[in-house]
Ligand binder design. Structure first.
Ligand SMILES: [Zn+2]
Ligand SMILES: [Zn+2]
Length: 340
Protein backbone atom coordinates (compact mmCIF):
# COMPACT_ATOMS: atom_id res chain seq x y z
CA UNK A 1 0.00 0.00 0.00
CA UNK A 2 1.46 3.34 -0.99
CA UNK A 3 0.92 6.48 0.96
CA UNK A 4 1.69 10.07 -0.11
CA UNK A 5 3.14 10.83 3.27
CA UNK A 6 5.71 8.51 4.81
CA UNK A 7 3.83 8.07 8.09
CA UNK A 8 6.59 5.80 9.27
CA UNK A 9 9.58 7.33 7.48
CA UNK A 10 10.43 4.04 5.80
CA UNK A 11 8.12 1.51 4.23
CA UNK A 12 6.89 -1.16 6.61
CA UNK A 13 5.26 -3.97 4.70
CA UNK A 14 2.72 -5.95 6.62
CA UNK A 15 1.27 -9.26 5.43
CA UNK A 16 -2.39 -9.15 4.43
CA UNK A 17 -4.32 -10.79 7.24
CA UNK A 18 -7.56 -12.74 6.81
CA UNK A 19 -9.32 -9.81 8.49
CA UNK A 20 -7.90 -7.35 5.90
CA UNK A 21 -9.03 -9.67 3.12
CA UNK A 22 -12.53 -9.78 4.53
CA UNK A 23 -12.69 -5.98 4.68
CA UNK A 24 -11.47 -5.69 1.09
CA UNK A 25 -13.96 -8.14 -0.38
CA UNK A 26 -17.08 -7.34 1.67
CA UNK A 27 -19.46 -5.31 -0.44
CA UNK A 28 -21.36 -3.21 -0.95
CA UNK A 29 -19.51 -0.72 1.19
CA UNK A 30 -20.51 2.85 1.76
CA UNK A 31 -18.46 5.41 -0.11
CA UNK A 32 -18.32 9.08 0.86
CA UNK A 33 -20.15 11.07 -1.79
CA UNK A 34 -18.28 14.28 -1.00
CA UNK A 35 -15.19 14.94 1.13
CA UNK A 36 -16.55 15.14 4.65
CA UNK A 37 -15.75 18.62 5.89
CA UNK A 38 -15.99 18.95 9.66
CA UNK A 39 -17.50 22.00 11.32
CA UNK A 40 -16.87 22.65 15.01
CA UNK A 41 -18.54 25.57 16.76
CA UNK A 42 -16.71 27.21 19.66
CA UNK A 43 -17.82 30.28 21.65
CA UNK A 44 -15.63 32.62 19.57
CA UNK A 45 -15.24 31.01 16.14
CA UNK A 46 -15.81 27.99 13.94
CA UNK A 47 -13.22 25.37 13.05
CA UNK A 48 -13.78 23.95 9.60
CA UNK A 49 -11.61 21.20 8.22
CA UNK A 50 -10.64 17.85 6.87
CA UNK A 51 -7.75 15.86 8.26
CA UNK A 52 -6.74 12.26 7.65
CA UNK A 53 -3.10 11.17 8.02
CA UNK A 54 -1.21 10.93 4.75
CA UNK A 55 -4.32 11.91 2.74
CA UNK A 56 -5.17 15.53 3.39
CA UNK A 57 -5.09 18.09 6.18
CA UNK A 58 -6.60 21.55 5.95
CA UNK A 59 -8.16 23.39 8.88
CA UNK A 60 -9.81 26.79 8.57
CA UNK A 61 -10.94 29.35 11.11
CA UNK A 62 -13.04 31.65 8.94
CA UNK A 63 -13.57 34.36 11.58
CA UNK A 64 -9.79 34.67 12.10
CA UNK A 65 -9.05 34.76 8.35
CA UNK A 66 -6.61 31.82 8.44
CA UNK A 67 -6.18 28.31 7.11
CA UNK A 68 -3.78 25.93 8.83
CA UNK A 69 -2.28 23.76 6.08
CA UNK A 70 -3.94 23.36 2.71
CA UNK A 71 -3.86 19.73 1.62
CA UNK A 72 -6.12 20.09 -1.43
CA UNK A 73 -7.75 23.49 -0.91
CA UNK A 74 -11.45 22.84 -0.33
CA UNK A 75 -13.36 25.66 -2.04
CA UNK A 76 -14.54 27.48 1.14
CA UNK A 77 -10.89 27.87 2.21
CA UNK A 78 -10.20 30.36 -0.59
CA UNK A 79 -11.75 33.16 1.44
CA UNK A 80 -9.05 33.11 4.12
CA UNK A 81 -6.26 35.57 3.29
CA UNK A 82 -3.57 33.74 5.27
CA UNK A 83 -2.38 30.14 4.98
CA UNK A 84 -0.20 28.98 7.87
CA UNK A 85 1.76 26.01 6.57
CA UNK A 86 3.12 23.62 9.19
CA UNK A 87 5.40 21.64 6.85
CA UNK A 88 5.75 20.60 3.24
CA UNK A 89 4.40 17.03 3.14
CA UNK A 90 2.05 16.94 0.18
CA UNK A 91 -1.05 16.05 2.22
CA UNK A 92 -0.61 19.44 3.92
CA UNK A 93 0.66 21.58 1.04
CA UNK A 94 -0.60 20.39 -2.37
CA UNK A 95 -3.34 23.05 -2.45
CA UNK A 96 -0.91 26.00 -2.40
CA UNK A 97 -0.71 26.73 -6.18
CA UNK A 98 -4.48 26.31 -6.56
CA UNK A 99 -5.20 28.51 -3.52
CA UNK A 100 -2.97 31.31 -4.82
CA UNK A 101 -4.14 31.12 -8.44
CA UNK A 102 -7.84 30.69 -7.71
CA UNK A 103 -7.94 33.66 -5.33
CA UNK A 104 -6.79 35.89 -8.18
CA UNK A 105 -9.25 34.25 -10.60
CA UNK A 106 -12.07 34.95 -8.12
CA UNK A 107 -11.03 38.61 -7.80
CA UNK A 108 -9.55 38.29 -4.31
CA UNK A 109 -6.31 39.83 -3.04
CA UNK A 110 -3.10 37.78 -3.33
CA UNK A 111 -2.83 35.05 -0.69
CA UNK A 112 -0.13 35.01 1.98
CA UNK A 113 1.68 31.81 2.96
CA UNK A 114 3.50 31.62 6.30
CA UNK A 115 5.87 28.65 6.34
CA UNK A 116 8.98 27.30 8.06
CA UNK A 117 11.90 29.43 6.80
CA UNK A 118 13.77 26.33 5.66
CA UNK A 119 11.10 25.51 3.07
CA UNK A 120 10.31 29.06 1.90
CA UNK A 121 12.45 28.62 -1.24
CA UNK A 122 10.74 25.30 -1.95
CA UNK A 123 7.28 26.87 -1.64
CA UNK A 124 8.33 29.73 -3.96
CA UNK A 125 9.73 27.15 -6.37
CA UNK A 126 6.39 25.31 -6.57
CA UNK A 127 4.51 28.56 -7.22
CA UNK A 128 6.95 29.58 -9.97
CA UNK A 129 7.05 26.08 -11.48
CA UNK A 130 3.29 26.27 -11.92
CA UNK A 131 3.78 29.46 -13.96
CA UNK A 132 5.25 27.29 -16.71
CA UNK A 133 1.77 25.73 -17.03
CA UNK A 134 -0.38 28.78 -16.38
CA UNK A 135 1.68 31.32 -18.31
CA UNK A 136 2.06 33.65 -15.33
CA UNK A 137 3.10 33.65 -11.70
CA UNK A 138 0.15 34.01 -9.35
CA UNK A 139 0.62 37.13 -7.22
CA UNK A 140 1.42 35.96 -3.71
CA UNK A 141 3.44 36.59 -0.58
CA UNK A 142 5.57 34.02 1.23
CA UNK A 143 6.62 34.78 4.83
CA UNK A 144 9.47 32.64 6.19
CA UNK A 145 8.95 31.92 9.90
CA UNK A 146 11.28 30.72 12.67
CA UNK A 147 10.37 29.50 16.15
CA UNK A 148 9.08 32.45 18.19
CA UNK A 149 8.48 34.71 15.16
CA UNK A 150 5.27 36.71 15.19
CA UNK A 151 3.17 37.93 12.26
CA UNK A 152 0.24 40.33 12.56
CA UNK A 153 -2.80 38.86 10.81
CA UNK A 154 -4.75 41.99 11.70
CA UNK A 155 -4.55 44.50 14.51
CA UNK A 156 -4.64 42.56 17.76
CA UNK A 157 -4.45 39.13 16.10
CA UNK A 158 -0.97 37.61 16.01
CA UNK A 159 0.27 34.32 14.53
CA UNK A 160 3.22 33.05 16.58
CA UNK A 161 5.33 30.09 15.45
CA UNK A 162 6.28 27.37 17.93
CA UNK A 163 8.62 24.40 17.69
CA UNK A 164 7.41 21.02 16.53
CA UNK A 165 9.32 17.85 15.72
CA UNK A 166 8.74 16.04 12.42
CA UNK A 167 10.71 14.27 9.68
CA UNK A 168 10.98 17.52 7.65
CA UNK A 169 11.26 21.20 8.73
CA UNK A 170 8.09 22.02 10.62
CA UNK A 171 6.38 24.60 12.82
CA UNK A 172 3.17 24.94 14.78
CA UNK A 173 1.24 28.20 15.09
CA UNK A 174 -0.60 29.89 17.92
CA UNK A 175 -3.14 32.60 17.17
CA UNK A 176 -2.87 35.19 19.90
CA UNK A 177 -5.48 37.78 20.84
CA UNK A 178 -3.28 40.74 21.87
CA UNK A 179 -4.79 43.62 23.78
CA UNK A 180 -3.38 46.76 25.33
CA UNK A 181 -4.84 47.45 28.77
CA UNK A 182 -4.54 50.51 30.97
CA UNK A 183 -2.07 50.12 33.85
CA UNK A 184 -3.98 49.03 36.99
CA UNK A 185 -2.63 51.98 39.05
CA UNK A 186 -3.91 54.45 36.44
CA UNK A 187 -7.22 52.63 36.21
CA UNK A 188 -7.68 53.03 39.98
CA UNK A 189 -7.10 56.78 39.78
CA UNK A 190 -9.86 57.16 37.15
CA UNK A 191 -7.82 59.79 35.29
CA UNK A 192 -9.61 61.68 32.49
CA UNK A 193 -8.68 60.90 28.90
CA UNK A 194 -6.80 64.16 28.21
CA UNK A 195 -4.47 63.52 31.19
CA UNK A 196 -3.74 60.01 29.93
CA UNK A 197 -3.04 61.43 26.45
CA UNK A 198 -0.62 63.97 27.92
CA UNK A 199 1.18 61.21 29.81
CA UNK A 200 1.42 59.18 26.62
CA UNK A 201 2.72 62.18 24.67
CA UNK A 202 5.42 62.65 27.33
CA UNK A 203 6.56 59.11 26.54
CA UNK A 204 5.17 57.43 29.65
CA UNK A 205 4.01 53.84 29.32
CA UNK A 206 0.37 53.88 30.33
CA UNK A 207 -0.65 50.43 29.10
CA UNK A 208 0.48 46.83 29.39
CA UNK A 209 0.03 43.99 26.91
CA UNK A 210 -2.25 41.02 27.52
CA UNK A 211 -1.82 38.01 25.22
CA UNK A 212 -4.58 35.41 25.09
CA UNK A 213 -3.65 32.31 23.08
CA UNK A 214 -6.89 31.43 21.30
CA UNK A 215 -5.89 28.54 19.06
CA UNK A 216 -2.77 26.42 18.75
CA UNK A 217 -2.28 24.14 15.74
CA UNK A 218 0.56 21.63 15.85
CA UNK A 219 0.60 20.20 12.33
CA UNK A 220 2.52 16.92 12.33
CA UNK A 221 4.76 16.37 15.33
CA UNK A 222 6.23 13.85 17.72
CA UNK A 223 6.95 14.22 21.44
CA UNK A 224 4.55 15.11 24.20
CA UNK A 225 6.78 18.14 25.00
CA UNK A 226 5.50 19.88 21.86
CA UNK A 227 2.16 20.24 23.59
CA UNK A 228 3.64 21.57 26.82
CA UNK A 229 4.97 24.86 25.45
CA UNK A 230 3.51 28.20 26.50
CA UNK A 231 0.81 29.23 24.08
CA UNK A 232 0.08 25.57 23.27
CA UNK A 233 -0.79 23.93 26.61
CA UNK A 234 -2.84 26.99 27.57
CA UNK A 235 -4.47 27.87 24.24
CA UNK A 236 -8.26 27.99 24.48
CA UNK A 237 -8.46 25.47 21.65
CA UNK A 238 -5.64 23.06 20.87
CA UNK A 239 -5.76 21.36 17.48
CA UNK A 240 -3.22 18.58 17.69
CA UNK A 241 -2.35 15.67 15.54
CA UNK A 242 -2.59 12.20 17.07
CA UNK A 243 -1.94 9.79 14.24
CA UNK A 244 -1.64 6.42 15.97
CA UNK A 245 -3.68 4.68 18.66
CA UNK A 246 -2.91 0.95 18.41
CA UNK A 247 -0.29 -0.33 20.89
CA UNK A 248 1.41 -2.02 17.92
CA UNK A 249 1.83 1.28 16.11
CA UNK A 250 4.26 2.89 18.55
CA UNK A 251 7.22 2.19 16.27
CA UNK A 252 5.41 3.72 13.30
CA UNK A 253 4.75 6.85 15.38
CA UNK A 254 8.40 7.07 16.47
CA UNK A 255 9.86 6.56 12.98
CA UNK A 256 7.40 8.92 11.25
CA UNK A 257 7.64 11.42 14.12
CA UNK A 258 3.98 11.50 14.89
CA UNK A 259 2.08 11.46 18.16
CA UNK A 260 0.77 8.19 19.52
CA UNK A 261 -2.15 8.13 21.94
CA UNK A 262 0.33 7.33 24.74
CA UNK A 263 2.18 10.60 24.00
CA UNK A 264 -1.05 12.57 24.19
CA UNK A 265 -2.00 10.85 27.46
CA UNK A 266 1.42 11.74 28.88
CA UNK A 267 0.85 15.42 28.12
CA UNK A 268 -2.83 15.53 29.03
CA UNK A 269 -2.56 16.23 32.80
CA UNK A 270 -0.58 19.39 32.02
CA UNK A 271 -2.87 20.73 29.30
CA UNK A 272 -5.26 23.53 30.22
CA UNK A 273 -7.19 23.86 26.97
CA UNK A 274 -10.96 24.34 26.97
CA UNK A 275 -11.11 22.03 23.95
CA UNK A 276 -8.58 19.62 22.48
CA UNK A 277 -9.35 18.64 18.90
CA UNK A 278 -7.53 15.61 17.51
CA UNK A 279 -6.67 15.65 13.83
CA UNK A 280 -4.59 13.51 11.44
CA UNK A 281 -5.85 10.10 12.59
CA UNK A 282 -4.47 7.25 10.48
CA UNK A 283 -6.88 5.20 8.42
CA UNK A 284 -4.93 2.19 9.70
CA UNK A 285 -6.86 2.65 12.95
CA UNK A 286 -9.93 4.54 11.83
CA UNK A 287 -12.00 6.99 13.80
CA UNK A 288 -14.25 4.52 15.59
CA UNK A 289 -11.43 2.40 16.97
CA UNK A 290 -9.39 5.49 17.84
CA UNK A 291 -12.37 6.93 19.73
CA UNK A 292 -12.76 3.65 21.62
CA UNK A 293 -9.08 3.62 22.61
CA UNK A 294 -9.27 7.25 23.76
CA UNK A 295 -12.45 6.63 25.75
CA UNK A 296 -10.92 3.63 27.54
CA UNK A 297 -7.76 5.59 28.34
CA UNK A 298 -9.64 8.66 29.59
CA UNK A 299 -11.90 6.55 31.83
CA UNK A 300 -8.80 5.80 33.92
CA UNK A 301 -7.49 9.37 33.88
CA UNK A 302 -7.68 11.58 36.97
CA UNK A 303 -8.69 14.63 34.94
CA UNK A 304 -11.35 14.56 32.26
CA UNK A 305 -10.44 17.20 29.66
CA UNK A 306 -12.71 17.89 26.71
CA UNK A 307 -11.06 15.91 23.94
CA UNK A 308 -12.83 15.42 20.62
CA UNK A 309 -11.96 14.24 17.13
CA UNK A 310 -12.13 16.88 14.40
CA UNK A 311 -13.53 14.38 11.91
CA UNK A 312 -16.26 13.31 14.34
CA UNK A 313 -17.84 16.64 13.38
CA UNK A 314 -17.84 15.80 9.67
CA UNK A 315 -20.99 16.21 7.62
CA UNK A 316 -21.50 12.71 6.27
CA UNK A 317 -23.21 12.16 2.96
CA UNK A 318 -22.95 8.62 1.72
CA UNK A 319 -23.99 6.66 -1.35
CA UNK A 320 -24.23 2.88 -1.40
CA UNK A 321 -22.20 1.40 -4.24
CA UNK A 322 -24.07 -0.78 -6.72
CA UNK A 323 -27.52 0.48 -5.78
CA UNK A 324 -28.11 3.00 -8.55
CA UNK A 325 -31.35 2.71 -10.51
CA UNK A 326 -31.09 1.33 -14.06
CA UNK A 327 -30.70 4.02 -16.67
CA UNK A 328 -33.90 4.51 -18.69
CA UNK A 329 -33.65 6.68 -21.82
CA UNK A 330 -36.19 9.50 -21.85
CA UNK A 331 -39.42 8.91 -23.74
CA UNK A 332 -39.53 10.74 -27.11
CA UNK A 333 -41.76 13.84 -26.90
CA UNK A 334 -45.35 13.34 -28.02
CA UNK A 335 -46.05 15.61 -30.98
CA UNK A 336 -49.61 16.65 -31.49
CA UNK A 337 -50.02 16.56 -35.26
CA UNK A 338 -53.23 18.57 -35.14
CA UNK A 339 -51.31 21.72 -34.14
CA UNK A 340 -49.67 21.71 -37.54
ZN1 LIG B 1 0.56 14.64 7.67
ZN1 LIG C 1 3.94 15.18 7.76
Amino acid sequence: MTNPEPESGSPIIEPITPADHRIATESPRQVPLLPSIAVVETPRFHIVGYSVAGEESAVQIPELNVVFDIGKCPRPFLVSDFCLLSHGHIDHSAGIPYYLSQRIFQGMSPGTILCPAKIADGVAGIVHAWAALEGKVSPHRIVPMEVGDEFEIRKGLIARAFATCHTVPSLGYTLVDRREKLRPDLLEQRLPGHILREMKDRGETITYTVDVPMVAYTGDTALAETLLQDGVRDAQVLITECTFFDPGHKRRAAVGRHLHLDDLLEALPQLHNDLILISHVSRRTGLRRAAGALKRALSKAAVQPRVEFLMDHAQHLHVRAGKAAAFVPPEPPIIDETDG
